[in-house]
Design a protein around this ligand. Structure first.
Ligand code: CTP
Length: 407
């Protein structure tokens, strides 16, 4: 998670910045919107306030805004400054050190990396003055997201349209994780529920939506890992960049995981795998309604336990399990840690409405042999980041152990 200042200047593309803010926020970053006066004529500050859930900076001279020299405070606490859209006027100010509003002052005050997404009429963009200013900024280390070509709001067709939000956010993520702390690593992540068919119409399922597993996959991708994602039935879109395998039942998930586990550095089993499935498989025909029905269930293969057993004594792959509990959180998680021979268990209290299944937020206790670590309530991506910090440490420790064994 990072602190991102999002500067919005007065161009028609300002509406796209709402989506940039939303995506950054969803990725777990803390976003502070900084709007110029003319930006406020295109989009209302309230929109950004609602999305970022933080006050929006709109005016350098508003009473109170300078009480703690806010642009300096924001400048020192910011990990990245994104300016999208950047008008020709703002690009001119940034290139020439003019600081006559909050955003241009923030640019001078911050030492964080700066990402600028220009948007303007194609003739303005091609003008020597603008090109010289852009060249000055690039020479100074400012990163640019090139404008797109196409139909412009002014009716022209050409280059100058603000880049798409996904592209701006991808460039921002790259700057936030320059080295890719998981570059060269490969992770297998499972997500979502499994459905155990009873007959062609009915199934046994659970309340998992896949959000937590997808958040882990997205964070791992952002850190440069290659991700094999095995997902149960879910409505959500998996993160772009993952190699996705869709499955339905616990048995299918077992097969998919076992076929893809070779060579991975870590397995994160965030899926809520059914423990039981109808004995003998699904009825081939729909079961007609009658008197009371008794279903006979048998145990599904325990994927994690099998991986733990197969690994027996070796340090690789690092194995992470999830435990959804309603009581005795840590004690029960610790029993799973030992029984399945895992490195870490993410213990969730699913009895509370703000965490666990089908909500955007989560809180958890990370349980390992060394002790416990509480991750307070926040977006699932924040929990994913805390978890991946631990996974990185475990992968490094596993590599150490392997090296010692070779020596
Ligand atoms: N898991 C698995 N294969 C299964 C069932 C669960 O790999 N057949 C994994 C889950 O993905 C999760 C962890 O094991 O990471 C959960 O452990 P489990 O013992 O299934 O916990 P619960 O079913 O939640 O709890 P309990 O056994 O206490 O009922």
């Amino acid at each position: 998670m990072a602190a991102v200042a999002l500067g919005i200047t007065g161009g028609i593309g300002a509406y796209k910045s709402v989506e940039v803010a939303r995506r950054l926020q969803q990725a777990g970053h803390q976003v502070t919107a900084v709007m110029t006066e003319s930006a406020c004529r295109f989009v209302g500050p309230l929109t950004f306030e609602a999305i970022t859930r933080r006050p929006v900076v709109t005016d350098q001279f508003a009473p109170g805004a300078n009480a703690d020299i806010e642009h300096v405070a924001l400048a020192s606490g910011t990990d990245l400054l994104v300016v999208a859209p950047a008008t020709a006027n703002m690009i001119g100010k940034l290139a020439n050190g003019i600081a006559d509003d909050f955003l241009s002052s923030l640019y001078l005050a911050t030492r964080a990396p700066v990402l600028v997404a220009p948007a303007m009429n194609s003739n303005m963009l091609a003008h020597e003055a603008v090109q010289r200013n852009l060249a000055t900024l690039t020479r100074r280390g400012v990163h640019l997201v090139e404008p797109g070509e196409g139909y412009l709001a002014c009716g022209w067709i050409g280059k100058g349209r603000l880049a798409e939000p996904a592209e701006i956010v991808a460039a921002a993520e790259e700057l936030l994780h320059p080295a890719g702390s998981l570059a060269g690593r490969s992770l297998l992540v499972t997500a979502g529920p499994t459905y155990e068919d009873v007959d062609p119409v009915r199934y046994l399922g659970n309340r998992s939506t896949g959000r937590m597993g997808f958040a882990v996959a997205a964070e791992a991708l952002a850190r440069g890992a290659s991700v094999r994602l095995v997902a149960g039935p879910t409505e959500l879109e998996p993160p772009a960049g993952a190699e996705v395998t869709r499955v339905r039942s616990a048995r299918e998930m077992h097969g998919a995981v076992m076929a893809r586990v070779a060579g991975v550095d870590a397995v994160v089993m965030a899926a809520a795998v059914a423990d039981y499935a109808p004995a003998g498989g699904a009825h081939p025909a729909k079961m007609p309604k009658g008197a009371d029905l008794t279903l006979s269930l048998s145990r599904t293969p325990d994927i994690l336990a099998e991986l733990g057993e197969r690994r027996a004594g070796a340090a690789v792959p690092v194995l992470i399990g999830f435990a959804a509990e309603t009581s005795d959180l840590v004690a029960r998680a610790r029993r799973k840690l030992e029984a399945k021979r895992l490195d870490l268990v993410v213990a969730n209290d699913v009895s509370r409405p703000d965490r666990g299944f089908a909500v955007e937020t989560n809180a958890a206790t990370l349980v390992s042999a060394a002790g416990t670590q509480d991750v307070p309530l926040g977006p699932k991506r924040v929990l994913a980041a805390a978890l991946l910090d631990r996974v990185e440490a475990l992968i490094a420790a596993a590599a150490d152990t392997r090296q010692k064994q070779v020596r």
